[in-house]
Design a protein around this ligand. Structure first.
Ligand code: ADP
Ligand code: TYD
Length: 208
């Protein structure tokens, strides 16, 4: 399908401020007359939201990394078919809180090197990258304490601890270099408004 809209994603470690910035950006773009679909992964469609509770709740060792690759990719395929592609075909701006780069990191790096497997399944089943990815870079300790402060049931990945967050941070910065054409790195260790100003500046200059 040839998409006419724009596909924007936020990435970064847990608690880096992605959801906050995605919401502020959606408000800003709507204020400027754009039609925006604000969505998230895992989730963003009925079926994918059901998979979300399977992968985010329970013990850290509930699933192997390989099984998680299948579950996150199944959720993404449903989300893409039912939410993302239809919105892009209608010319909307889709803002997604996490996408395939999170699978490249969390499933690809957390328990051994499975990046090749993630990429193979992505090419087979998803085959789409965002037009622009905003990486909110953040000190892992601050991120983890912010994320833990939310006290929800979806803590499976946060329960892997600080070591995982540190590796994810380094991994995301590496990914930003690998896909430097679509990644922009934003310093998340600042107040919300300063981060939001950088986000809107970058997005407004890159939107068609
Ligand atoms: P993420 O989606 O990356 O996990 P959230 O946007 O949910 O992050 O933010 C995690 C927590 O930190 C929330 O309680 C949020 O209100 C707070 N927060 C977000 N951005 C900032 C910021 N720049 N400074 C301080 N607190 C923030
Ligand atoms: P999210 O709700 O964005 O958590 P947070 O707000 O704490 O950043 O995502 C939940 C968790 O799911 C997060 O710890 C990362 C993990 N995740 C993966 O492991 N693989 C994936 O493909 C995605 C999209 C998320």
């Amino acid at each position: 399908m040839t998409a006419r809209g724009t596909f924007l994603t936020f990435e970064g470690i847990d608690g880096s401020g992605k959801s906050t910035q995605a919401r502020l950006l959606a408000e800003h773009l709507r204020h400027h007359g754009r039609e925006v679909v604000l969505t998230r992964e895992p989730g963003g469609s009925d079926g994918a939201e059901e998979i979300r509770s399977l992968v985010l709740q329970g013990d850290p060792d509930r699933w192997s990394a390989e099984t998680e690759i299948l579950l996150f990719t199944a959720a993404r395929r449903d989300h893409l078919e039912r939410t993302i592609e239809p919105a892009l075909a209608e010319g909307k701006v889709v803002i997604c809180d996490r996408f395939a780069d999170s699978t490249r990191m969390y499933q690809g790096l957390s328990r051994g090197d499975l990046r090749g497997m993630v990429d193979q399944l992505h090419n087979l089943m998803i085959g789409r990258e965002p037009d622009l990815t905003l990486l909110i870079d953040m000190d892992p300790e601050t991120g983890l304490s912010r994320a833990k402060g939310r006290q929800g049931a979806e803590e499976r990945f946060e329960d892997f601890g600080l070591d995982l967050q540190q590796r994810m941070r380094g991994g995301f910065l590496g990914l930003a270099e690998e896909f430097s054409d679509r990644f922009r790195v934003i310093n998340g260790n600042r107040d919300m408004d300063s981060v939001a100003r950088d986000v809107t500046d970058i997005v407004m200059t890159s939107l068609p």
